[in-house]
Structures are given as structure tokens and as C-alpha cells.
Write a protein that binds this ligand. Structure first.
Ligand SMILES: [Zn+2]
Ligand SMILES: [Zn+2]
Length: 240
């Protein structure tokens, strides 16, 4: 049993190393990432314009923004859960999965301006670009409130990456306060994701974690004895 586990671990580590090599050796994945980030930056503005944001009442904006805050916390947390539990490194998406797994091995971010974090971290959100492109295609049939909801959802999904950056990298009374108010991710709450296994995947403000933790407990095996071990050879890699 242990021998079989070690054999399969060795094979997965080799597949992981090969996938990371593919990710880092050519310009293809980097260029694709920038395309995704540009789309994720610009499309919310297009959707806000097409959703007639200026003609919508403040009450609707507040309602949509509040709903999008919770939805972004939950859906981004769920995408994080799926990725942390994914262990196929072959195929065209394999290098993207492997690179994602480094967020546990390379726990520290390089200090950067907030706008740069917002842009650079949205490079991995291929699914968010797809959601926005589909919404754009359906813009003539969707209610304007739905279009605005997707725009806010996309903005907050990218902001979730800033929240995660702040949680790991920034300090000070305002960071603590915003975490306590659940505007951003509280440090002690998120620390459990890295210290324990298969918990607290949300990373905008963590309010949807009680739901995500139930889903994780029932349907997923976690990362400490799987994807974390596949990426362990890169543990001391420099921050991205
Ligand atoms: Zn994770
Ligand atoms: Zn983290």
C-alpha cells in the first residue's frame, strides 16, 4: 500500500515537474495569461456600460453589489477548491493547474502595487473570462440587472486576489480592521487553509466558507497528501 502510494507520488511529482517546465519554458502560457488578464480588466467596464449602469437606481446597485460580493466569495472559493483537488498535469491545461498549485509552496508574494496584483493575479481566471464572454454574447436577451451583476461579480472576483495578497503580505491596523469587518479576508481565518487540510477555500472575505467546508468534507480529499506533495520540490522557489 505504502509502496504503491510512493510510486504514484513519484509519478505525479515527475508529471508536475514536467508541467511546470512547460509553463515556464516558452512564452505561450505567459502571453495567454496576459490576454486573459486584459479581458478580465476590460470586460467588466463593457458590461457596466451595456447594463445601463447610469440609468439603474442606487438601491439596485447596492443590492447587486452585495449579492455579487457573496457570489464572488463562494464561486472563487469553489474554483479554488476544484483546482487544489485537481491532480492531472498532462494536456494543454496541465501546466496551468501545476502553476496554480504553487500558491501553497510559494506562500509569500513579491511586494507589488495593488493595481499590479489585481492585473497579474487575474491572468489565471480563464473561467471568469469565459463567464463574461458568454454574458456579453447574451447581453441582448439578459435583463440589464443580470449584466450588471456579472460586471460586479467579475470586478470582485479579481479583487479577491488583492484580498488574498493583503492577507499574506500587508500589515497594519487597517488591514486588521478590514479583515474584522469582512471587507477582506481575515488573516487568522485564512491561515487555517494553509495550516490544515481541505478547509477555508474562500478568499474574498471568507463568509461562504461554512458552505464550502461542507462540500469539501463530503466530496473532496484535500491537498496536504496530494497536490501539496506534488509541488513540494518547488517549496523554496522564489515568490512570484
Ligand atoms: Zn489553496
Ligand atoms: Zn493563502
Amino acid at each position: 500500500m505504502v509502496t504503491r502510494f510512493m510510486e504514484s507520488l513519484g509519478q505525479k511529482q515527475a508529471e508536475f515537474a514536467s508541467a511546470i517546465h512547460r509553463y515556464e519554458s516558452g512564452p505561450g502560457y505567459a502571453r495567454f495569461g496576459h490576454l486573459v488578464a486584459i479581458g478580465n480588466m476590460l470586460l467588466p467596464l463593457v458590461l457596466l456600460a451595456l447594463g445601463n449602469a447610469a440609468d439603474t437606481s442606487w438601491a439596485w446597485h447596492v443590492l447587486l453589489f452585495g449579492g455579487a460580493y457573496f457570489a464572488a466569495d463562494f464561486i472563487n472559493g469553489f474554483a479554488h477548491l476544484l483546482m487544489d483537488n485537481h491532480e492531472r498535469y498532462r494536456g494543454i491545461l496541465g501546466p496551468i493547474v501545476a502553476n496554480f498549485h504553487l500558491h501553497h509552496a510559494r506562500i509569500k508574494y513579491a511586494p507589488r502595487p495593488i493595481w499590479a496584483v489585481y492585473y497579474l493575479e487575474s491572468r489565471s481566471k480563464i473561467w471568469l473570462l469565459a463567464v463574461q464572454l458568454i454574458s456579453l454574447g447574451l447581453v441582448t436577451v439578459l435583463p440589464t440587472t443580470a449584466t450588471l451583476f456579472v460586471a460586479y461579480f467579475a470586478l470582485l472576483s479579481c479583487f479577491a486576489e488583492v484580498s488574498h495578497y493583503a492577507c499574506h503580505t500587508l500589515t497594519g491596523p487597517w488591514i486588521e480592521r478590514l479583515g474584522r469587518w469582512r471587507v477582506i479576508l481575515p488573516k487568522t481565518h485564512h491561515h487555517r487553509h494553509h495550516a490544515l487540510d481541505n478547509v477555508n477555500y474562500a478568499f474574498l472575505n471568507g463568509l461562504s466558507d461554512p458552505i464550502l467546508n461542507v462540500i469539501a468534507r463530503h466530496f473532496f480529499a484535500g491537498y496536504k497528501t496530494r497536490s501539496d506533495l506534488h509541488a513540494s520540490a518547488h517549496e523554496n522557489a522564489p515568490p512570484v
